[in-house]
Every structure is written in structure tokens, then in C-alpha cells.
Design a protein around this ligand. Sequence first.
Ligand code: SAM
Length: 249
Amino acid sequence: MDFGRARRAVLQLLGATAPADVPALLHWMRTTRDFDEFTQDNNDIMLKNIADDLRSCLPQEAVLCSEQLALQKIRQQPEPTVHVDAFLYDEDVIDSLCEEGKMSRNYCTACGSHQTAPLGFISHSFSLEELKFIYQHVLPDLSGKVLVDIGSRLGTVLYAGYLYSSAVQLYGVELNGEFCQLQEMVIKKYQFGDRIKVLHADICTQGSLLQSADVIVMNNVFEYFLTEPQQARTIHLPPPLAIPALASI
Ligand SMILES: C[S@@+](CC[C@H](N)C(=O)[O-])C[C@H]1O[C@@H](n2cnc3c(N)ncnc32)[C@H](O)[C@@H]1O
């Protein structure tokens, strides 16, 4: 069916719907996620495949044993909280894991009772929807621009930038060597190496890279991964190491 016929069929269907139900039908059409499978483009599918690959290489919490400080800070949250990476686990994946009993959205407030309360979820990555929104609606055209993601972790900002922007170069700087290896694996498998580079380094040593950047992305980089004195030192570096701006063009 071509566009014209499909459009007429949809209008016909609306015409045949009980008038009292039309507002509810229109509301559903405007807000439902049931159409997602028709609007997903190849780039979304590629990012979902990357999430599948990364999930199979990581523990469910997607926090590594080498990240003791992050683990400790999650445990210190006032309410019971788990790390659920928003890029690796979208709502549908979380629902299926909950159904299989492998994940829970709730915790028991009184051991042995049926009283439960929602668990806090913390993510150390942007979700696919957030990444698309950033590249398609927040940032301007990045043709010829250089983007640096401080603390690139799984590399999601870089892969989405490769697929959804024309940035000439996307740099990730990541302190944790194991995450750098994971990013290298994805870059190789999906052949992103012409525009993505990952540096295993402390951002404090990357003053000239930061000076050359047109856009700098910082997604809650330091709070969970550095002690407070380390955070203070990192954001108060003297020029030329000072971070010029959170995002600039
Ligand atoms: C919250 S994650 C950000 C993930 C990713 N940028 C995103 O938005 O999806 C923060 C990452 O920053 C890294 N990190 C923390 N301090 C850093 C530093 N001084 N230099 C480089 N990376 C750092 C951590 O190891 C962690 O993987």
C-alpha cells in the first residue's frame, strides 16, 4: 500500500470509530510506543546490537570490580539503589528480566512481609532515546566539528555521535582501562575507527585535546568515580588544562 492509500485507510478507520472513542484513539496514536518498531531506523538497530554485545561482556549491574568507589557510593545512597545502565537496559529489557525474576524494580521494606517499595535506579550512561535527543535536537549541525566525551565509559556518546551526527572526530577519554578495551572492541566490530578515538587517560592530562574541542560532553562524570578532593582538583585546574565549557560550539 502506498502513502496515499495508507493515509485514506487511516482516515477511514477514524471515521468508522465510535465518535465518543475518537479522542482516546487519537491520544493513543500521539503517545503510544506501539509504533516504535515502524519508526526505528538502521542506526537505532545498530545501537541496540551494540547494547546486546556489551551486555554479554558485563555483569548485570555493569559496574566493574575495579570501580570500588562507584560501588561504595551506590551502597551509600539513602534508599536501596541499584545501577541499571540506561543504554544497556531499556524499559522492555528491564520488563523481561523482571518477568524472568532476574531483576526487580522493588525491594522488600520489612523482611518476610509483602510490603515493597520501588528501588532507586542509577544509570552511568545516557539511554538511546536521550542520545538521539541530544544529537537530533540539542546540538546544532556538527559538520566539521570535534566532540570530546569526558569519561566515555561504554562509548555510547561516541557511537551515537558517529551514527547521528556529522562530527568529523569524536574523542572519548576514559580513566578505566577495562572500559577502554570494551570501546575498542565495539569500534573495531562496527568499523567506527575513521571518526572515533578512545584515549585511556585521566582528563587532567588532556588539556590540548580539550582546547581543540568544539563540543565537550560531561554526563555526571566525577561524582561516583572520584573522591571529593579529587573532584575539586579536576574541575579547578589552571589554564590551559581548565575545562573550557560544558558544551560549546
Ligand atoms: C557516568 S559515566 C559517563 C558515561 C558516558 N559519558 C555516557 O554519558 O553515557 C562517567 C565515566 O567517567 C569516567 N571518569 C571519571 N573521572 C575521570 C577522569 N578524571 N578522566 C577520565 N575519565 C573519568 C569514569 O570511569 C566513568 O566511566
